[in-house]
Design a protein around this ligand. Sequence first.
Ligand SMILES: CC(C)(COP(=O)(O)OP(=O)(O)OC[C@H]1O[C@@H](n2cnc3c(N)ncnc32)[C@H](O)[C@@H]1OP(=O)(O)O)[C@@H](O)C(=O)NCCC(=O)NCCS
Length: 221
Amino acid sequence: MPDYVRLMRHEDIDQVFEIDREAFPTEWPPPNFKRELENRLASYIVACNAAELTEETEETEEIRPQSGLKSLLSRVSRLFIPDRLPDSKWSAKGGEHVTGFAGFWVMADEAHITTIATRQANRRQGIGELLLQSIIDMATRREVRIITLEVRTSNTTAQQLYTKYGFTQVGLRRGYYIDNREDAIIMSTNHITSPSFKAQLKEIREAYTKKWGPDRYPMGT
Ligand SMILES: CC(C)(COP(=O)(O)OP(=O)(O)OC[C@H]1O[C@@H](n2cnc3c(N)ncnc32)[C@H](O)[C@@H]1OP(=O)(O)O)[C@@H](O)C(=O)NCCC(=O)NCCS
């Protein structure tokens, strides 16, 4: 059963809210996901594990023949549907279990990760990495130069994830978090299209596929 990432939809909000409260119980008020989905600067994605996914076969295509123009339009539209399943040969027949989510804003040539969380029961299964890979891919397609974020000084788990993907500390915001006045570490990548960043990412991805197998689909692959 593949894990994949797609754009968040309104019908995901209940599950995302559950994950958000579990991950950030002290952060109040909780994010308004409905409003965020309408924010043109923001992109939100979810990692899913579909209850039942079926692979579309050549036969399925043949059962529903289309006229030349209709077929061409359908093929072209597939290329531009942003939240299609990553490799577009999968279709979800059952419900989708949301295992994680993430959001980022793009402003000028910078993407800023606003949130990322994995459902507690699904942690340490490579979901956080899948989401981060998806953000990097989406940012690269939007010609973003760097990706930044803030993380609590005490959150060494998340810091390890970011460090693995080439983020380094570039600053500190004192008393940034309202709940306990904790400091935030500001982390940033180097230029994400630089040969060194790309080479590092390629290596991490190869190790990821080796560890988790080929049935994992970051957004847009
Ligand atoms: C941070 C978080 C998103 C990681 O998600 P995850 O799906 O468990 O992460 P993955 O399984 O993809 O792990 C990837 C990497 O993260 C780091 N990591 C994850 N869990 C870790 C842990 N318990 N201890 C140390 N490192 C950890 C490791 O570098 C790991 O790579 P490795 O397996 O090669 O060691 C998750 O712990 C979470 O939701 N935390 C609560 C919300 C949060 O703090 N979000 C970040 C806000 S800035």
